[in-house]
Design a protein around this ligand. Structure first.
Ligand SMILES: [Ca+2]
Ligand SMILES: [Ca+2]
Length: 424
């Protein structure tokens, strides 16, 4: 039998990072679609394609609408109308413009500026194309928040778009707006030297004008090669927060039967019961390459306090592997061998796990994400595939701090400070 090999894994994620100082990416895009159009529809007859959004903050300002569309070559109307309605279907603002100023002969995103409007709660964005523009349509699982509307009087119509049902159709219409972003008030290094007996310690003070702080994440990168060796995140809330991070001068390494990769970024698993804690202690984001990489899924690998790999669960919640210990703890009567054949998709030898690696290039405004060499699961799940998470000492030297602060309205603020800590 010919042995199949895993294909190369491309680095795909690039995160914006503000160099030397904090910067908020002002505009945030609300979307329901998945970014690819399976189809396109024009309705004409005064009917609108409408999408229901919810303002993510009590202090949110809508400033533009993005529409994925293309011109109908034999159109009878040259204009389109875009309207924003509140939840009682009252128009808050509208734009009327020429379709060929925004759309072309091929599908593409058109960004339509609308007069800034402050919005609270749910709102509808609708476009009336009068038969002149095909609106990109995302077919698949949908939120049921895409509607067909009409004006004067403003109303939502019964869904009669054959052959697609409302619960599988998403109009590719997005709302672009802004709300107050978090601010980093101060970063104080409380203890600069890092060792396991005496961790480095950093205190960060944060504020947010509209009081919806969500999370602060600290990344620690080697000053010389700029590789991120450690990250820690804290959930926060409200309009002010003080967060203290500590770093014991270590990093995580995952070893498999054929070698090891490091540094691997991990987080303590939140909300796990006392019983399961020893088995599901830390998790690491990863990509699962199933069936020799023919399908892949963003996932989390879970490790016990003893470092053993105890679960692989993808972001959709599908379980690809749990260890015998986890099954015993959650379903003591179950037979693991029977469970293995029925429920485990991580087939021995055909599945690999690729952990993320991150770099913070010095004179660059990006934090780039790539992958370590995938670890192929060649051993038996009965022995946790012989995959192990270990905490090891980081190299001596200087490390830079990079802070990411997020709020509930999808604002993200990066601070790539000049602050450093030192592994002793
Ligand atoms: Ca799609
Ligand atoms: Ca905010």
């Amino acid at each position: 039998m010919m042995k199949k090999r895993f294909g190369p894994l491309l680095a795909v994620l690039v995160l914006l990072l503000a160099p030397e100082g904090a910067l908020s990416d002002d505009l945030v895009t609300l979307r329901l679609d998945d970014g690819t159009a399976e189809n396109g529809f024009r309705m004409g007859g005064g009917l609108g394609h409408a999408v229901l959004f919810e303002a993510p903050s009590g202090d949110w300002t809508l400033s533009a609408v993005a529409v994925y569309g293309k011109l109908e070559p034999n159109r009878t109307s040259e204009i389109f109308v875009l309207e924003i309605w509140d939840e009682t279907l009252n128009a808050l603002t509208k734009v009327t413009d020429r379709a060929d100023s925004y759309f072309g002969d091929e599908f593409g995103w058109a960004l339509v500026d609308v007069p800034d409007v402050r919005i609270c709660g749910p709102f509808l964005v609708s476009i009336y194309e009068f038969g002149g523009v095909y609106i990109g349509t995302d077919i698949g699982s949908a939120t049921g928040r895409s509607f067909i509307t009409a004006r004067n009087p403003n109303r939502i119509l019964a869904w009669d778009l054959e052959p697609y049902q409302q619960n599988e159709t998403e109009w590719m219409i997005r709302a672009v707006g802004s709300s107050p972003a978090p601010e980093v008030v101060s970063v104080r290094i409380l203890s600069e030297g890092a060792s396991q007996s005496s961790p480095a310690s950093v205190e960060v003070e944060l504020s947010d004008a509209d009081g919806n702080l969500k999370r602060a994440t600290l990344f620690i990168a080697e000053n010389e090669n700029r590789e991120v060796v450690w990250s820690a995140e804290e959930e926060i809330e409200g309009s002010e927060a003080t967060v203290r991070f500590s770093w014991p001068g270590t990093l995580f390494r995952v070893s498999g039967p054929d070698g090891s990769v490091s540094p691997v970024l991990t987080a303590e698993v939140a909300g796990v019961s006392e019983e399961l804690r020893p088995l599901l202690d830390r998790s690491a984001p990863c990509v699962l390459l199933l069936n020799f990489g023919e399908s892949r899924a963003a996932a989390y690998a879970y490790f016990g306090e003893d470092g053993r790999l105890n679960a692989l669960i993808d972001v959709a919640g599908d379980v690809h592997y749990v260890s015998r210990d986890v099954l015993n703890a959650t379903a003591p009567q179950a037979d693991y061998m029977a469970f293995l054949t029925k429920n485990i998709t991580a087939s021995k030898g055909e599945t690999a796990v690729a952990f993320y690696r991150m770099d913070a290039p010095p004179d660059s405004s990006i934090l780039s994400t790539g992958y370590h060499e995938p670890i192929v699961l060649t051993r038996s799940p009965l022995f946790n595939y012989r995959v192990l998470l270990e905490e090891v000492e980081a190299k001596a030297g200087d490390y830079v701090l990079i802070l990411l602060v997020e709020d509930e309205a999808y604002n993200t603020v990066w601070l790539a400070g000049s602050a450093t800590v030192r592994r002793l």
